[in-house]
Design a protein around this ligand. Structure first.
Ligand code: DX5
Ligand code: ZN
Length: 234
């Protein structure tokens, strides 16, 4: 787990983490796809878990995460779009997740879920859907390693970035202050939006379709990273 470079101001030099989402990979050869993004320069591997209940789509569970684990040593960034989540946290920890992120909207006891994730020895994240305000994390900041701002409504890859979320990203960057908490953004991140989210304060960018399109993952990852770094410097 790479500790975030924090240092106060919005525009301080920050390392940018690129986390391709395998939601846009070829599900018939997931192991090879994870190896490919690893080789092609990703920092983390983003794993989108959907239950057909919290979100209107179904992907994969802990057994698939465990099967992928031997294919890369990079950080496994597991984004749980499931409700309830507590029942499954141990399974995702045992499967080899490094970060486990739950949705603030997925249940009434976010604080408990976060404590549970840390008690399993994993980094704890909270994700906010576009309609959830940043105040949802105000009283759990000391139990957080990552905040994930959704810039689309969770459930599908390839959706259009929601610009109103930039204000939320800025507000959360301020709330984080000097704390060693990553600020990740997920949904519609591509070369056109990466700079905007980085400028607003994001230090970890998830990208699905923008990485897996047209087969040249190395080029796609590098282009997103370059666009993000231009935003940091802006
Ligand atoms: C959406 C997922 C995202 C998704 C992003 O619910 O959480 O991680 O894969 O896909 P793109 O980058 O195509 O918007
Ligand atoms: Zn995701």
């Amino acid at each position: 787990f790479q500790a975030p470079t924090v240092g106060g101001g919005l525009n301080m030099a920050r390392e940018i983490v690129i986390a391709p989402s395998i939601l846009s990979a070829d599900f018939a050869k997931l192991g090879a796809e994870v190896e490919a993004i690893d080789r092609d320069g990703c920092d983390w591997v983003h794993l989108d878990v959907m239950d057909g209940h919290f979100v209107p789509n179904i992907t994969f569970g802990p057994d698939v995460v465990a099967a992928l684990r031997p294919h890369s040593d990079k950080v496994f960034d597991t984004h749980l779009m499931i409700a309830p989540c507590d029942l499954y946290l141990e399974a995702f920890a045992k499967a080899g997740s490094d970060i486990i992120t739950v949705h603030a909207e997925a249940g009434p006891h976010l604080d408990r879920s976060l404590q549970y994730i840390r008690s399993l020895g994993k980094k704890a994240g909270v994700s906010l859907t576009p309609s959830t305000p940043e105040s949802a994390i105000e009283y759990v900041l000391d139990k957080l390693d990552l905040v994930l701002v959704m810039t689309v409504n969770p459930g599908f890859g390839g959706q259009t970035f929601i610009p109103a979320q930039l204000e939320k990203i800025r507000a959360i960057r301020k709330m984080i202050g000097e704390r060693p908490i990553h600020l990740e953004v997920d949904g519609g991140v591509n070369v056109d939006t990466a700079g905007l989210v980085a400028e607003a304060g994001a230090d970890a960018l998830v990208a699905g379709s923008a990485v897996f399109k047209n087969g040249d993952y190395a080029k796609n990852i590098a282009a997103i990273r370059e666009a993000a770094m231009a935003g940091v410097a802006a």
